[in-house]
Design a protein around this ligand. Structure first.
Ligand code: ARG
Length: 620
């Protein structure tokens, strides 16, 4: 299906062209003044300069050249040259009807899909996930789902931090604590023990201890650096120990991500880039890009247009070991070889912007990445506490992600909790808690900092995840009540919701008769009749923007666009719900139309929250 804007663009680009102006000026946008019109064209203002004519005259020329159509109800010209548009109710109904029968509510996948690698999550092995990792996971997951839904081929990679100094710190600390382990005996040639010599709890204690110590004790730090280097150059015992650290830590990471409903296609890490490093370094040397500077091997990435000095990109440290830049570049080599991507996106804390700027420049300059491949840094802002400083526990420490999830789940209060069985209640709180966290994050522009306000996020009122879920459950409950009232409804196609392939989009609307779930074809005519209230038209107008809005959100890498959109739908639905007593409607035809409308609203909401990465319960 064409998006609503594409449909209107056709008319107005033609109008501009017919009137003798550049067709492109006829692009339609959603109204900025919904009190005056539904859509608008602002091209007359930009045309004024180009054609040396008053915008009002241009707009009037256009008005006289609109091709015949069944779509427009009213078109007005308003000073200084706005073209205000209202479409016919019959057109809205027709569009809704097409959405209702089409797959994915009429959303057309991209004609030229891209292969996109999304690098997000970025957890560091052996360190617990903390609130700082929340945004990467939540935003990356949403971008993955949105891109995939749009038709792009997406490869999601966790890019574990598993090769850096933290590994050397743990290995060195273990060698201090348990020097007799075979991993430290260089003459050991046999197998190593199958079980790790530490538990997850031990690891969680060892890393912060070693990290703190390295900051005070120079020799300790040097020893840890040496251990890192030995690990990288393949010392057997260290590799075996490293594998234990990976196994223990990864299990925990996977548990945490699954609690967040975040999943990766690849759980690759910095260490996986290692085999690609030698040839890459050789290539950079051979082609004359890499040179020695203060013992290290570097590539100069300055550009004439730089306002501030950009330090060179370090490829190898003076001791020959790989660093963060090295593994990121070698990972690009690997990604190019394996996936030939059109785009690589990095969802990382915006404070790493300079690192990525240098890596991207180096990758392009040296040919690691093809000129036509887009490298995108999606830098996100900080999660702050109510005091405006980075979010901490009450005691002032960094909060572990698992603690954060526990706290939010505790905050969620549900009416009549005491009557809900404990396991059901727990699940419900998890579902609502996750929506609270994810929506609270995703509603902000990615680059902005935001305040993590648990009370606000978990509220059922206002611009929150739970409010969206509450609205969806309200629709489900109306549909269930109607279904129960009329057991013969199973024949009626408009009660059926699951048109989409994905099972999560299906709604068990009917308690009386589960068998009615499924894909009943829409028979005969459009169910949508004349709107009974203005609020009904308002809801309908919002729904017909679905495909357009989703395409915008994908194009701009902006899940926040989807959040604003579903908030608008929820608000419009709730106004309509208070205006119109749906359950009391006696006219069959009107009732069918109302049911079709709220069913579609529910489906649109369902698709959007799935893309944002959360789910709605059946009841709450
Ligand atoms: N592990 C890194 C950190 O915690 C984030 C990794 C981001 N991805 C990347 N390709 N560098 O800061």
């Amino acid at each position: 299906m064409q998006t609503i804007i594409e449909t209107l663009n056709k008319i107005f680009t033609e109008s501009f062209k017919n009137a003798g102006y550049d067709a492109d000026l006829g692009r339609v946008v959603v109204s900025a003044r919904p009190d005056l019109c539904q859509f608008q064209v602002n091209g007359a203002m930009s045309a004024a300069k180009q054609y040396r004519k008053a915008p009002l005259m241009i707009a009037n020329d256009v008005l006289g050249n609109i091709p015949e159509n069944d779509i427009l109800d009213e078109v007005n010209v308003v000073a200084p040259g706005f073209i205000n548009i209202k479409v016919k109710d019959a057109f809205i109904s027709q569009y809704l009807s097409e959405m209702a029968t089409a797959e994915n509510c009429g959303f057309a996948k991209l004609e030229n899909p891209d292969t996109v690698v999304i690098d997000y999550g970025g957890p560091n092995v052996a360190k617990p996930l903390h609130v700082g990792h929340l945004r990467s996971a939540v935003i990356g997951e949403a971008l993955k789902r949105m891109n995939r839904f749009a038709g792009n081929k997406v490869i999601a990679d966790a890019h574990l931090g598993d090769f850096g100094l933290q590994m050397g710190l743990i290995i060195h600390e273990l060698s201090c604590r348990q020097p007799n382990l075979p991993y430290f005996d260089e003459s050991h040639t046999g197998e190593y023990p199958q079980n790790a010599p530490f538990s997850l709890k031990d690891l969680e204690e060892i890393y912060p201890y070693a990290s703190a110590k390295s900051k005070e004790d120079e020799d300790y730090l040097t020893a840890a650096r040496n251990a890192t280097k030995d690990l990288q150059s393949g010392r057997r015992g260290y590799r075996a120990l490293w594998q234990h650290i990976m196994n223990v830590s990864l299990q925990d990471l996977k548990r945490n991500y699954s609690r967040l409903d975040v999943d990766f296609d690849l759980w690759q890490g910095e260490s996986d880039a290692e085999p690609y490093i030698p040839a890459m370094v050789q290539m950079m040397k051979d082609k004359g890009y890499a040179c020695e500077s203060e013992g290290a091997l570097v590539v100069d990435v300055k550009e004439e247009t730089d306002n501030a000095p950009i330090p060179p990109c370090i490829i190898l440290k003076s001791d020959g070991s790989a660093i963060y830049e090295t593994t990121d570049l070698a990972t690009l080599v690997e990604r190019e070889e394996k996936f030939h991507p059109d785009r690589v996106m990095y969802v990382v804390d915006k404070r790493q912007v300079l690192h990525f700027e240098r890596v991207f420049r180096c990758a392009k300059k040296t040919g690691v990445t093809r000129p036509e491949t887009t490298l995108s840094f999606i830098g996100f802002g900080t999660v702050n506490g109510k005091d405006g400083k980075p979010f901490k526990t009450r005691a002032g420490g960094t909060m572990k992600l698992s603690e954060l999830l526990d706290t939010v789940e505790e905050k969620v209060t549900i009416k009549g909790e005491e009557n809900i069985p404990a396991d059901e209640l727990l699940k419900l709180k998890q579902t609502i808690g996750l929506a609270a966290i994810k929506y609270g994050d995703l509603m902000n522009p990615i680059e902005s900092n935001y305040i993590f306000d648990i009370d606000k996020f978990a509220s059922f009122e206002g611009n929150t995840g739970p409010y969206i879920l509450y609205t969806m459950v309200r629709i489900k409950s109306i549909l269930a009540k109607l279904a129960a009232k009329n057991a013969s409804h199973c024949e009626a196609p408009f009660f059926s919701v699951s048109h989409c392939e994905a099972p999560s989009f299906s709604v068990s609307h009917c308690e009386a008769c589960n068998a009615s779930r499924g894909n009943l074809p829409l028979q005969g005519q459009s169910p949508f009749t004349t709107f009974t209230t203005d609020s009904e038209r308002e809801l309908a107008l919002t729904l017909i923007r679905f495909s357009h809005t989703l395409h915008e959100a994908v194009k701009k890498d902006a899940p926040s666009i989807l959040c604003s959109y579903i908030y608008e739908i929820a608000n419009k639905f709730n106004v309509f719900y208070h205006d119109k007593k749906i359950l009391a409607e006696e006219n069959e035809t009107i009732l069918h139309s109302l049911v079709a409308l709220i069913t579609l609203a529910l489906r649109v909401l369902e698709i959007n929250i799935t893309l944002l990465g959360f789910k709605a319960p059946e009841k709450m």
